[in-house]
Design a protein around this ligand. Sequence first.
Ligand code: CA
Length: 461
Amino acid sequence: MASHQLPSARRPLRLLLALTVAATLHTVTIAQDDDQPGQPNVIVILADDLGYADVGFHGCRDIRTPNLDRLADQGIVCTAGYVSHPFCSPTRAGLLTGRYQQRFGHENNPTFNPQDEQTGLPSGEITIADVLRKAGYVTGAVGKWHLGAAAPFHPRVRGFDEFIGFLGGGHSYFFKTEARRSPEYLVDVERNGQPLQWKGRYLTDVLSDEALAFVDRHKAAPFLLYLAYNAPHTPLEAPPEYIEKYASIADEKRRVYAAMVTAVDDGVGRLLDRLEDLGLDEQTVLFFLSDNGGPVGINGSSNQPLRAGKGSVYEGGIRVPYVVRWKGHLQPARYGEAVSSLDIFPTAAAVAGGQLPTDRHIDGVNLLPYLRGRQSGAPHETLFWRTGGGAAFAVRTYGDKLVRHSDRNDELYDLSSDTPESHDRLAAEARAARQLRGLLEQWNSQLVPPKWEGPRRRQPL
Ligand code: CA
């Protein structure tokens, strides 16, 4: 082929290509890090309704979490780690897509109904599992799904090769069939479409076992494991031998809650041991976080010193224990800049050499350059929250946070000196408030109304 022909033909071709690419769904490959070993595994461990204050690495005294503390010691503790929503399903929708879930109407929990093909993670959304599977990963989800119970929402059609868990928003921790409890909490625990036999066992232990078995099955391949414990979400249930460890806790709810947290901690410990035994520590990027703050008073959790809890856009609802560990690649540290659960998707795509969709806005940020100290500044200039289609909002820019509830005046807090959000500075900081309102309104204008209302249920959220 005569190369001299190319210059004249090339330009329009390149232009055409550019136009074609701009007009269709296209993807961008994120360059892999320069000093990483091939494609490391990615594990995301999500706890459910775990309070900010209920882990040893945040100073908890009465509940012992030696394995989570080991993880924290070996990783980076993001002390301002946020989720994109103060309750279960919307947070998961954001985490798995890297996008504010209000962009696609996923702002409420879905009603548990296997026949309802309207309420669940919209089929047009691309998940972290879609992206990593395309990059050559084996993908598995273990535990709670809560992103729709009908066939189009099943994890195995949302990018996961394997699913061992249950589709609803919670589950009985012991095998039961009685009808007094919501059917959602009694539904089969499945393993790739077949009911799993788990009678006589404790669900948290079952999920831990399944996570270990998944790692064993796929230790030779790069894998994504999304391990979503339903603990320590209600119902408050734990085996006596776990509860007995906490005889010194007088409050009964907290005593059982502590037992449930310990069962998660044991499971995480076994998983860490297995990774170590298999020599996979440096080949595995691991995230640990809770899906929202503790529902104080309901499951015995604590978010001290944060204000409020699950369901709220105050810090107690959205700031969670958040650890990233990648042995040999990330130096253990405490990291104070705000990070989000939305960041897991692009960070995972980056380590996997995966392709992020560019036909839509991805709100998460690849955290690695920041966590490695190679990029200065904060990963996010702003983080936003909206619940109830606009009943409540929050926006955080560095230390400043504006809170808006539809039934009261806006509030402004300086989180750098007032983590508990106890001193409203709105009157004193009118200019900052104006700026934050402007940012909030600009963001809100990009969102759509909730696609469905939240279910009416006896227990909140
Ligand atoms: Ca939750």
